[in-house]
Design a binder for this molecule. Structure first.
Ligand code: FAD
Ligand code: PYC
Length: 422
């Protein structure tokens, strides 16, 4: 200890003090205020997207009379249930630019919100198992390069060099012919994203109110005027709904129908192991993907359960199919034990792209339909949604993702890039 720098001494003492306490001296990261009678903007949903929206409303537009209403606890929805993959390698310009805006924000996020979100750019591989997979990979990599997004095609030997435990033998049930690689892709700590945005938004004056379910959306003369909640009525100049798996339920409260289907999507983690996988590996063909957390557990995800529903749990046959595929790809993992499994509800649009914009009700905005892939979009989604709410017009990067595309027919089909889970 002698001669240790002051900062280090402080950290060791505070670590000891907190280890021996019951955390009673910990400073709350955000306030828990009583709801005010009215706000300029009410955000429904305290997941990453809702909290990011509130943060950027305050930071970019100076709108701080804002409440985020969360029915449970922050990040208890899909934000805390996803497998944390971040990438921007989508096919069509509209989607690729939106996700790339987000990826650029991820690259400075920990500094921006002064909270370590553990963003780790360890690369994302999308495996190709057939000639058609490889044609699709080439097409998407070429598109990404034209869009200014980093993308490479790897052959089987290059994939093997990156992931030695992957079975690349030609006799494998799913032979690996190659892969696309986005080196700037990776993973982040999902809870930290919610907590970091919450703390940063709170510091700018946003009220974050947990255990506050929105039960109705009040309208007068075609305009939103407030929300009914489990803690009473709250007036609002504008309302932004960012409720992921519950979007259709919220839309119905405003007399709207959205082109969404809600499905369970599940994931599981293994016991912790020494590092064996240093990148993210996804395989659309086999509906499985895997990465290894810094703690050492294997993080494994599946395709959606095909039935629609609101139960935040999955079914055994999907886990069984996914683990069979993972073991085919990584035979040496066959004896690893799985520790935990969970599910979240994802809202999926017919074109596997989100809805982000205005609704026929004036002052009411929806941000939904991210399906199986919205975690990577968290900062970008919040950034453009805040712009849309503040200015009552879309940001150039979300203009194509309006509700009108389902009547104009200008769909943006990203089923290929949304990939694995579909
Ligand atoms: P949420 O975090 O779900 O936030 C919505 C919030 O709204 C919830 O907290 C909910 O409680 C609240 N709410 C709902 N109704 C009400 C109401 N009436 N009143 C008040 N609050 C309400 N995406 C990726 O990019 N990469 C991945 O690797 C990835 N893996 C995934 C794996 C799984 C198993 C799952 C389920 C999803 C995955 N996703 C992934 C998708 C991603 O998690 C979501 O798209 C994203 O987290 C959505 O964020 P959100 O903030 O909109 O939603
Ligand atoms: O969108 O990259 C993704 C993803 C991976 C797993 C679930 N979603």
């Amino acid at each position: 200890m002698q001669g240790a720098p002051a900062m280090q001494r402080y950290s060791i003492f505070s670590l000891l003090r907190n280890a021996l306490s019951h955390h009673e001296r910990w400073q709350a990261a955000w306030r828990s205020p009583e709801p005010r009678p009215a706000y300029d903007v009410v955000i429904v949903g305290g997941g990453g997207h809702g909290l990011a929206t509130a943060y950027y409303l305050a930071r970019e537009h100076g709108i701080t009379n804002v409440a985020v209403l969360e029915q449970g606890w922050l990040g208890g929805g899909n934000t805390g249930r996803n497998t944390t993959i971040v990438r921007s390698n989508y096919l069509w310009d509209e989607a690729a630019h939106l996700y790339e805006l987000s990826l650029k924000l991820w690259e400075g996020l920990s500094q921006d919100i002064n909270y370590n979100v553990m963003f780790s750019q360890r690369g994302v591989l999308n495996l190709g198992h057939s000639l058609q997979d490889m044609r699709d990979i080439h097409r998407r990599v070429n598109a990404n390069r034209l869009q200014g997004i980093d993308a490479e095609v790897l052959n089987a030997a290059q994939v093997k060099a990156m992931v030695p435990i992957l079975n690349t033998s030609p006799g494998a049930r799913y032979p690996v012919l190659g892969a696309s690689l986005q080196r700037r892709g990776g993973v982040a700590r999902h809870d930290a994203v919610a907590w970091g945005f919450a703390r940063a938004a709170d510091a700018r004056g946003v009220d974050i109110i947990q255990n506050c379910a929105v039960t109705g959306i009040r309208r007068e003369n075609g305009r939103v005027v407030g929300v009914e909640t489990s803690r009473g009525y709250i007036g609002a100049g504008k309302v932004g709904v960012v409720a992921a798996g519950n979007s259709s339920v919220l839309a119905a409260m405003a007399g709207l129908r959205l082109p969404l289907e809600s499905h369970p999507l599940q994931a599981l983690v293994s016991e912790p192991m020494k590092p064996v996988i240093h990148t993210v590996i996804m395989s659309n063909a086999v509906h499985g993907y895997i990465s290894q957390s810094d703690k050492g557990d294997l993080v494994i995800g599946a395709g959606i359960d095909q039935y629609a529903g609101y139960g935040q749990r999955g079914s055994f046959h999907v886990i069984e199919g996914t683990l069979a595929a993972i073991v085919e790809l990584f035979p040496s993992l066959s004896r690893v034990r799985m520790n935990r499994q969970w599910g979240g509800i994802v809202d999926i649009c017919p074109d596997a792209c989100p809805i982000l914009g205005k609704t026929p009700v004036r002052g009411l905005y929806f941000n939904c339909g991210w399906g199986t892939g919205g975690f990577k979009a968290t900062p970008g989604s919040g950034f453009v949604f805040a712009h849309t709410i503040a200015r009552d017009e879309p940001h150039p990067q979300n203009a194509a993702f309006s509700l009108e595309r389902f009547t104009s027919g200008y769909l943006i089909d990203e089923h290929g890039a949304a990939g694995v889970a579909h």
